[in-house]
Ligand binder design. Sequence first.
Ligand code: SF4
Ligand code: SF4
Length: 109
Amino acid sequence: MAKTNSKSESKPKPKSESELTWRDLNVGCIVADPGNAAAYRTGDWRSQRPTYEPSRCIKCGMCQLYCPEGCIEKDEQGNYVANLYYCKGCGICAAECWTRAISMVEEKE
Ligand code: SF4
Ligand code: SF4
């Protein structure tokens, strides 16, 4: 039986620049894997974090409605708080909170 070289069989030879066509380009600017947002730790992008003053909160839920990450949840006391694993620090919740219960502070961690 002839001896095979598994290395040369498994790896296709890379194309030269003149052999490449548009079909060899990686797909870009689209979501190729819908529903994968939960896998990304968008909290890593944050330079500011939302802080809450519960006495000013009227529990209207507007911050939760406007949060582009959908990461504002209610805690055990019924207060709205951001899940910092996903909060990217955009400040939209603070801008939409008309009682000014949310303030953005610089991220220290
Ligand atoms: S928008 Fe402000 S007042 Fe309304 S639930 Fe959120 S923190 Fe509370
Ligand atoms: S700062 Fe932006 S991402 Fe974070 S909780 Fe507020 S609206 Fe959501």
